[in-house]
Each structure stands twice: as structure tokens, then as C-alpha cells.
Design a protein around this ligand. Sequence first.
Ligand code: PLP
Length: 389
Amino acid sequence: MLRTISGFDRIGEENAFAVLARATALAAEGKDIINLGIGQPDFKTPGHIVEAAIKALKDGHHGYTPANGLLATREAVARRTFTTTGVEVSPENIMIVPGGKVTMFAAILIFGEPGAEILYPDPGFPIYRSMIEFTGAKPVPVPIREENGFAFSAEETLALITPKTRLLILNSPANPTGGVTPKSEIEKLVKGLEAHPHVAIMSDEIYDVMTYDGEEHCSLLTFPEIRDRLIILNGWSKTWAMTGWRMGWSIWPNQLYDKVRKLAVNCWSCVNAPSQFAGIAAIDGPQDDVVKMCKAFDNRRKIVVDGLNSLPGISCATPKGAFYAFPNVKETGWPAKQLASALLDEAGVALIGGPDFGILGEGYIRLSYANSEENILRAIERMEKFLTK
Ligand code: PLP
């Protein structure tokens, strides 16, 4: 019998990948499956970005880069950060990482251990809790409520801080709810955090360009008072439809930067060089495709919300960001996870049960509307047939 560390008994999964595998298997059997499960843009990476990677390969960029990323890529991220937030960040504080997930992995590993407490959103991206459990730290869910527009409540968040709290994870625009936390609430939160200088903050801003109805993304980076304990998670995956390239960036305060740089040296060495050149092209090139993609998500959002609200037992608050809807299905009488699997097996619609995102996810399902309008309408039709059966 091999003895492995107990963290592996506690580590979790992201059920979206299991649903994707099951949906793909059903499709391979000839079933017509509409996939609203996985959270990735259905668009291809814009052509000029692909060309930049090909050029980098042809130019012979085949070797290791510095562990924290090419200076040119980090400089591009600094330019992009200035454009979106108005904040000047030194490339010395930027890490290029293999996907947004790696930033959360690093941040949670840096702060998590038995006896420590880490606050994370519930419902929220499932990997936060999984990684916290892995380290042996105590996961402390911060309730994200429908009646609060699926935004963080500064008051509720601050009330959960104890002397043992090491890290607070924030996410806006949010997965799985599409909630956007308004600037006024973030201001309150930051003000309150001044009384807790022992708490680091990781702000997951990977959906920062995807806000709707005039809602504005407020980056935590715009608050200099917490900058020395703030980690920003961002990346290329969603904004430029690059999930498979494994390209993320993070911004770290001086006191943490060398820890994550050493982790990179020990673990992934660097992000592959051609992708880092593609990353520069994504930031510096034309943004028309990004604008088009966001416009398409906005249109689909309206279709999905109207469609869901027409279904018996379902009510869907209008999401203000990202590309997810998180309808309330309590009145259908179905437990959410069972409803999600029945919809896949019997109606051919892949989506995720809310409990996969946390305790407060019971009674909800998550649909990703990163799919064509036609498919969304077909999915709604199938759901209607299923629910009225
Ligand atoms: N953060 C959130 C909130 C996400 O939804 C995702 C992906 O779904 C990630 C981070 C991870 O992004 P990446 O694919 O770049 O690792």
C-alpha cells in the first residue's frame, strides 16, 4: 500500500470537465447534445494572435523563457493593465503563468496550511475550495446571494474575518453567477480591510471585459491602500478565446513575488514561448474581435434570460457579467444536480448543477451562454419540453 499525503483525499474537481467528457461521449454515440456546460468562448482565437505564435515558432523561439515570463510579455500586460485600470504596474510585479488557475494554485499554496482560514465565494469557482482543502486550511465560504444581485456583501465578508484568516478570494465578474460587485461595495470592503492588515487578497478578474447594461468592472488594483497585499488573477483564456493556450498573468506585491517565481522554477519552468508571443499580439493588436465577442455574449444573455424565465418553475436574475446564467430552479421541485443530469440524459442539454459551485448553489443550475443563439434557443425548447412532460 502506498502512503500519499492526506491533501489528495481532500482535493476536489471541476465538474464542468466531467460534464464535458460525458457530453462528448454521448455525442460520440450519435446523440445530439447542446453543450452549455463548459465555460469557454465558442469563438476561435483571433487570426493575428495565431499568426504571432506561428511566427514565433518559425523564428526559433523554442526554448525556455525566464520563469516569470518574457519581459516583452510582462510589459504588454503592464500596458493592458494601465489601459483597463489606469494603474501603472511594473513588469517586475507581473508573472506570466500557464492559465488563470495557476495563480489561484500559487496563492492558495502560499497561504494555506492547517490552522489557517481562507475566505472564498460560495457559490464560486470550485477550484478555490478544492485547493484550500488540499492545503489543510479551513475553507470559509463567503455567501453570494441572489437577493444581493450575486455580488459580494462587504459587511458579510468582513464579519467572517478572524485572526486566523490569511487570504480572501474575490471574484467579479463572477463564475458561476454572472454577478458583478459594484464599486461602492468594493470601496466599503477595502475600507474594512484596513482594520485587518494580516489578510491578503486575491482578486480573480479573469472576466473583466465582460460586463453588460453599463455595469463597470472595478479592479481591486485601483485601491493603493491594499496594493502591498493584493494578488490580481487575470489572463488570456476568456478575453481572447484562448482557453487551450494556457496563458494567464498575475500581479503580485513585492513581498510575495519571489515566492511565486520560485514556485514556477520548481514546477512549470515557464509558459511555452510561442504562446507568450501570441499573448503580446493579443494585447497590442486590434481588439475588434473582443468587442464582437462581448456583443455576441450580451445578445445571447438576453435570449437565455428571457428563455429561462418563460420556463415553468425557473426564474433567472439578469447576469451583469461573464457568460453565465445562474437560474433559480427551486420551484421545479428537482434537486439541482439531478435536474442537470436528467437534462443531459433525457433532453441532450449539458449544464452544471449549482451544488458543484458550493453549498449555496443548491436550487440553482449554471448555463454557459458561450454557444450560438440557435443552440441556446434549441436548448430552451428542449428544457421546456422536459419540464412540462
Ligand atoms: N477564474 C475563474 C473565475 C474562472 O471561471 C476560470 C475558468 O473557468 C479560471 C479562473 C481559470 O482560467 P484558466 O482557464 O485561464 O485557467
